[in-house]
Write a protein that binds this ligand. Structure first.
Ligand code: CDP
Length: 227
């Protein structure tokens, strides 16, 4: 069957990665969590105490960063220079810095280049903020996921708790809303619905229902592109 590119964008914690993972499994496609790449860069900057106003230091650091994804029995793991940082990149200190880091054009340029490389062969589901508008402008299927803010806060709180991270609901709420604001108002590649994206509000949908709805869209797109 013809393979397509699927771009999923949306605000923080609206279920993008749940949908993207399930889709990639159902279709036997590659899954790339582009947010994990921004988180890995942020984690590196924090560890190396890189000053976000120092353009030279940022560019030097970017040359030293290699991000890969590894499939393990514990799920997909983000590898930074060969080290598994999946747990560290979900910590609050990274969540609090990632949106400012993602406003830096040199960071975006480097990550977009790597993301396009990963999607060269199609058969990919990538989620993020600028996948349908910048990274894969020609993706055959673009989804813009939305969900009520309070549901998103609750989902993220439950997810972090389940991962054993010690957080309180108010900190999660403040971080989500702050990131939504920075991500949608930044100059370079702000979070926007692509004009040709299909909106799915999953506030009242189960993960299974959102998967089924999207698989119908995938089948339609595959038929369309084949004819
Ligand atoms: O999981 P959640 O939706 O909360 O965030 P994420 O996908 O892990 O992304 C973390 C942050 O990376 C976002 O808040 C954005 O600032 C940035 N990001 C971006 O700028 N562009 C992308 N394509 C993906 C993430």
């Amino acid at each position: 069957m013809k393979k397509i590119t699927i771009a999923i964008d949306g605000h923080s914690s609206c279920g993008k990665s749940t949908l993207a993972k399930a889709l990639s499994k159902a279709l036997n496609y590659i899954y790339v969590d582009s947010g994990a790449m921004y988180r890995a860069v942020t984690y590196y900057f924090l560890e190396k105490e890189i000053d976000l106003d120092d353009k030279k230091a940022i560019s030097k650091a970017l040359d030293k960063i290699e991000i890969r994804f590894k499939i393990t029995p514990h799920g997909l793991r983000t590898m930074l220079n060969g080290v598994d940082v999946e747990k560290e990149i979900r910590e609050m200190r990274v969540s609090e810095m990632v949106s400012p880091v993602a406003t830096i054009s040199s960071v975006r340029k480097e990550l977009v280049k790597q993301q396009r490389k990963l999607g060269k062969e199609k058969g990919i589901v990538m989620d993020g903020r600028d996948i349908g508008t910048v990274v894969f402008k020609d993706a055959e299927l673009k989804i813009f996921l939305t969900a009520d803010p309070e549901i998103r806060v609750q989902r993220r709180f439950d997810e972090l708790k389940a991962k054993g991270l010690n957080v309180d609901m108010e900190t999660v709420r403040i971080n989500l809303l702050e990131r939504d604001h920075i991500d949608s108002t930044r100059k370079d590649s702000p979070l926007r619905k692509a004009t040709d994206a299909i909106v799915i509000n999953n506030t009242l949908l189960t993960p299974q229902q959102q998967l089924e709805k999207t698989l119908e869209l995938v089948n339609e797109k595959i038929k369309e592109t084949a004819s």
